[in-house]
Design a protein around this ligand. Structure first.
Ligand code: DAK
Length: 267
């Protein structure tokens, strides 16, 4: 199958690129100048590619990767900076991000560089996380006056345990691929030049098995991993939205964009 058979997925000003190789769809985030920050448009395009994969019986597995030095450096801070609590609560801000976690087909994250904030959360929504030796992970939201809002506090805790998740979310500390693998966040690490080859090999292997059986295994494992997360994720999103009522959240985001340290006032 070729990308030419799916022209609707490859527009000129796209934030993602979609490629097809036999039964595998690869989605590459192509906003390297903003470190693939997850703006609204990118998420919409990602969701539309996932819908396409889900509805196409020829697709058996999906690989998501970044371009340049990032997988994704989180939600787009410039898009969020002026949002108010009323706006984020009314629109249930970033709910569309859940689409990836609801995908029934197997998804492999091939993390090539920074996976920060929403980028780390996006990787954790995938089923398998392969990382290049140069990849780095963090939940740095606290440094910009907010908190993880797309499952970070929940999925990270499930994967690496409470105290490690606490330390990472409360400090925003960036960790290497090696540390991420050691604590159970990352499935396997590869040399940068082998990352996509290995992700594709695994995707092709899975895609050759019976699609209904693959779906059932995924559903069954997710039942352990996700079922108890539903309420937690809802609470986390509401708490995240509440940070938009804080002056500190606005100060944190402005300080990042103005490239200066944040001066938090605890209000
Ligand atoms: N948003 C917008 N622009 C970003 C960005 C981001 N997250 N990250 C980087 N950029 C932009 C920079 O502003 C810069 O733009 P120009 O100045 O060139 O115009 C360009 O990308 C290159 O970045 P740097 O110049 O900073 O590059 P460095 O190599 O010096 O630094 C860095 C790389 C990754 C350490 C640094 O860029 C960085 O700290 N980035 C921000 C990381 C971050 O704080 N991410 C968390 C964002 S908050 C929710 C779901 C999800 C979320 C919330 C709610 N719900 C479901 C409710 C998620 C929230 C977040 O992710």
């Amino acid at each position: 199958m070729s990308a030419a058979e799916h022209p609707e997925l490859n527009h000129p000003e796209e934030m993602i690129r979609v490629d097809f190789d036999d039964r595998v769809m690869t989605i590459t985030l192509t906003r390297p100048n903003a470190l693939n920050a997850l703006c609204k448009k990118l998420i919409m395009q990602l969701n539309s590619a996932l819908d396409q994969a889900e509805n196409d019986t020829r697709i058996g597995a999906i690989v998501i990767t970044g371009s340049g030095k990032a997988f994704a450096a989180g939600a787009d801070i410039s898009e969020m900076k002026n949002l108010t609590f009323a706006e984020v609560a009314e629109k249930d801000f970033i709910k569309p991000w859940e689409r990836l976690s609801q995908c029934q087909k197997p998804v492999i994250a091939a993390v090539n560089g920074y996976a920060l904030g929403g980028g780390c959360e996006m990787a954790m929504m995938c089923d398998i996380i392969y990382a290049s030796e140069a990849a780095q992970f963090s939940q740095p939201e606290i440094t910009i006056g907010t908190m993880p809002g797309a499952g970070g506090t929940q999925r990270l805790t499930a994967l690496i345990g409470k105290t490690k998740a606490m330390e990472l979310c409360l400090t925003g500390r960036m960790i290497s691929a090696q540390e991420a693998e050691a604590i159970g966040l990352v499935t396997r690490i590869f040399a940068a030049h082998d990352l996509m080859k290995e992700a594709m090999a695994t995707a092709h292997k899975i895609a050759k098995f019976s699609a209904p059986v693959v779906r059932m295994i995924k559903e069954s494992i997710n039942n352990v991993a996700e079922a108890s997360l539903v309420a937690g994720i809802r609470t986390e999103r509401r708490l995240f939205q509440s940070t938009f009522a804080l002056e500190d959240r606005k100060e944190g985001m402005m300080a990042f964009l103005e490239k200066r340290p944040a001066a938090f006032k605890n209000r």
